[in-house]
Design a protein around this ligand. Structure first.
Ligand SMILES: CSC[C@@H](O)[C@@H](O)C(=O)COP(=O)(O)O
Length: 368
């Protein structure tokens, strides 16, 4: 689609590779919903900043950005031998990996790219770089299929006139297409369902108010923004039949890190008998992390809480501020984990392993 014919935010790629200019192209999400600004990034420092500043955000989108980012870094290395190339590759990988700690997709994508390097030691550097190029494209393409499948499985859990609630933005803007938590919503909409969707505003960075409500509204879905402290009210009123949220890291026992405030939604949902589903690409499930206690929760600057969005600082100068970007929802509050290979149910320690078995079998069958 040409630039002139793009009308809606949904016509733009959230994260893509510009082959001609060797650049990572993203929509600057800090400018939404007012400005659709497309950034074309070539320097590693700018890519790191884009991830840290949430210009590109959401676990899957960060993973894709990192894959493209490390490919671009590899192009620039210009070493002759494998050892020199790999040493520089590792430096670039560690640098990008340090941008944000909680979403496992960042390190997942970088490790997957590193694996390509390690499996092709005997090849020349330009050949390895070309394989990295292919892998980055594949990671991006895969994300589209993964989200579609999550949409299909998620849709099987709800009815055409249901009220749904989501927290943060696990939408198209957080992935390549469709989103994770929003995938069942988009798919249902395409099939004539009439969901009523509640989008929590999501303090402090307002991903729900600025991004989720924006993309759902642009796509013609019925969306209502509520403040974070209103989700219990809409559930108590009986307006919510299911909660769908995304995730940044799912531990082996099902404990799930997602945007701060998710665990409060889960507690209210449990109280009011509303099933809460985590929409989780397998790239966000980290079986090496045994429980939520092991998940590193990112803490962000105080100004996001006390200054951003306000004309005047709204809390006294010098007051202490705690700003964790994510929280952990205990596995017993989760009704199901919706992946691209099916829905895992408690006990998650077993069911998540089953999901990975299915994935392995599917990948084997594809290779044969
Ligand atoms: C499909 S995106 C899933 C999660 O990454 C999303 O819910 C979330 O918490 C994003 O946090 P953010 O800090 O905006 O990157």
């Amino acid at each position: 689609m040409s630039e002139e014919t793009k009308k809606s935010i949904m016509d733009y790629d959230t994260v893509a590779l510009d082959e001609e200019n060797h650049a990572l192209v993203i929509i600057d999400q800090t400018q939404l919903p007012y400005h659709t600004e497309i950034l074309s990034l070539t320097k590693q420092e700018d890519i790191w900043n884009a991830i840290y500043l949430l210009q590109v955000r959401g676990a899957p989108a960060i993973g894709v950005a990192a894959a493209i980012g490390i490919y671009l870094a590899a192009r620039e290395i210009g070493a002759d031998g494998f050892d020199d190339f790999y040493a520089e590759f590792q430096k670039a990988k560690d640098y990008l990996d340090s941008a944000r700690p909680t979403a496992v997709n960042l390190s997942w994508a970088l490790k997957r790219m590193e694996q390509v390097v390690l499996e092709n030691k005997e090849k020349t550097v330009p050949e390895i770089v070309e394989l990295l190029h292919k892998e980055a494209i594949e990671i991006r393409e895969e994300d589209i299929w993964v989200c579609k499948m999550i949409g299909e499985y998620g849709l099987s859990l709800v009815k055409p006139d249901d009220g749904l609630l989501t927290h943060c933005n696990a939408g198209q803007l957080a992935t390549v297409k469709y989103g994770t938590a929003t995938a069942p919503m988009y798919l249902g909409h395409e099939r004539g369902y009439n969901f009523r969707i509640f989008s929590d505003e999501t303090r402090p960075l307002l991903q729900g108010a600025r991004l989720t409500s924006f993309e759902l509204k642009e796509s013609g879905l019925d969306v209502t923004v509520i403040c974070d402290n209103m989700s219990a009210t809409v559930m108590r009123n009986g307006w919510v039949d299911a909660v769908f949220v995304g995730c940044d890291r799912v531990a082996a026992n099902g404990d799930t890190a997602n945007k701060i405030g998710t665990s409060m939604v889960a507690l209210a949902a449990k109280r009011y008998g509303v099933p809460m589903y985590i929409c989780a690409p397998t790239s966000t499930i980290d079986l090496n992390t045994l429980t939520g206690k092991e998940i590193h929760i990112e803490e962000r600057p105080a100004e996001e809480v006390v200054e951003m969005w306000y004309k005047k600082r709204m809390a006294p100068e010098g007051v202490k501020v705690f700003n964790p970007a994510f929280d952990v929802t205990d596995h017993d509050l989760i009704a199901g984990i919706v992946t691209e290979y099916g829905i895992a149910r408690a006990p998650y320690t077993e069911s998540l392993k089953e999901i990975f078995k299915k994935k392995e079998e599917a990948l084997k069958a594809k290779k044969m």
